[in-house]
Design a protein around this ligand. Structure first.
Ligand code: FES
Ligand SMILES: [Fe+2]
Length: 346
């Protein structure tokens, strides 16, 4: 199933801003390539990575001192709005390259159609959260496989080694999930297995892990809020929040961009936030790395859930597939008539 070209009607994070300097950079989003560059004022811009002349990749070109992107093949030059000129035939008109909008925020470059309102930029954590940092990880799997993996915690004891419960504690997991019109919501409560990094977040042995998350589709992103409580229900002081954006690059790869935050309910601990937020970022990095290492194992999982013996933890999966299709795909996969034919024997 091919993604529609309209993926960029939502803002997607595509590149850490510091990685775009004097040279253009190519990024891919749902199989389409974009050439990012900075104009003379340092502002990031994006053009379709195919020169309107004979489709050479503009990302292989250079940026002139006037801040135009120059094609590596015949030297046509384009400004940040895609307006092009041909040095060998200056009177030639209609030399436009397709331009896109780039917003620089939270240390990333976010890409969308030129007419997508900036107000459509996804909101990250509120002011009470301390920003701990970001990272990006390439998943060798299609978007549907990456998203399904991040939509249940049943794999926690088997794929992960730190966060959450161990294989011996699977009987103590409490779970709840709700499917809504435009998002899903999931809650887990389970024993936290001992792990040294947890101490940095003032988690104690015997504590309970609480993971509450929401998955939204503007673009595809999940917001995980994780905190811990003692067995008696006493909250530990730090609450982590990770915003994970699932960006389809090709039909076989998905890049996850992670924004990590931390807050505390204890005013006395606020001075510790910068250090503790780094610990939270590190913990999230380890967990995402565990998933990334495992994901090639299931990369060939079919798109349709048909025939799978889904369990209660998979409740968000089927609904999320529909919400994802609403923003990424032109048509529903696995047309309904096949099921009807089977049922009626025709
Ligand atoms: S292909 Fe770009 S100038 Fe010719
Ligand atoms: Fe995982």
């Amino acid at each position: 199933m091919e993604p529609t070209p309209d993926v960029v009607r939502h803002f997607h994070p595509v590149l850490p801003a510091r990685q775009l300097r004097q040279r253009p950079v190519r990024v891919e989003l749902a199989g389409h390539a974009y050439a990012l560059f900075r104009d003379a004022t340092g502002r990031a811009a994006a053009l379709s990575d195919a020169c309107p002349h004979r489709f050479a990749p503009l990302s292989k070109g250079t940026v002139t001192k006037e801040g135009q992107l120059q094609c590596p093949y015949h030297g046509w030059r384009f400004d940040s709005r895609g307006h092009g000129t041909n040095p060998s035939q200056p009177e030639l008109r209609h030399c436009e390259a397709r331009s896109f909008q780039v917003v620089e925020r939270h240390g990333y470059l976010w890409l969308a159609h030129a007419n997508t309102p900036v107000s459509a930029m996804p909101e990250l954590s509120g002011e009470d959260y301390f920003f701990g940092g970001t990272f990006s990880t390439l998943f060798q799997a299609p978007l549907h496989v990456a998203l399904d993996n991040f939509s249940e915690d049943e794999h926690t004891p088997y794929v992960h080694t730190r966060l959450g419960w161990s294989g011996a504690q699977t009987g103590a997991v409490e779970f709840e999930a709700h499917n809504h019109a435009d998002h899903t919501e999931v809650h887990y409560r389970a024993p936290q297995r001992p792990a040294p990094i947890m101490k940095l977040l003032l988690v104690r042995d015997g504590d309970y892990f609480h993971n509450d998350w929401v998955t939204r589709f503007d673009p595809v992103r999940s917001i995980y809020t994780i905190h811990w409580k003692s067995a008696e229900g006493m909250p530990r002081p730090f609450i982590t929040q990770a915003h994970i954006f699932f960006v389809p690059e090709t039909a076989r790869t998905t890049r996850l961009h992670v924004f990590s935050f931390l807050r505390t309910s204890t005013p006395l601990l606020k001075p510790l936030l910068p250090v503790a937020a780094k610990a939270a970022l590190g913990l999230t990095w380890w967990e995402v790395r565990d998933d990334a290492r495992f994901i090639p194992t299931v990369a060939d999982t079919p798109y349709s859930h048909k025939g799978m013996r889904l369990d209660k933890y998979d409740k968000p999966l089927v609904h999320q597939r529909k919400l994802m299709e609403r923003i990424y795909y032109a048509h529903e996969p696995e047309a309904v008539p096949r099921v009807i034919h089977e049922a009626t024997g025709t």
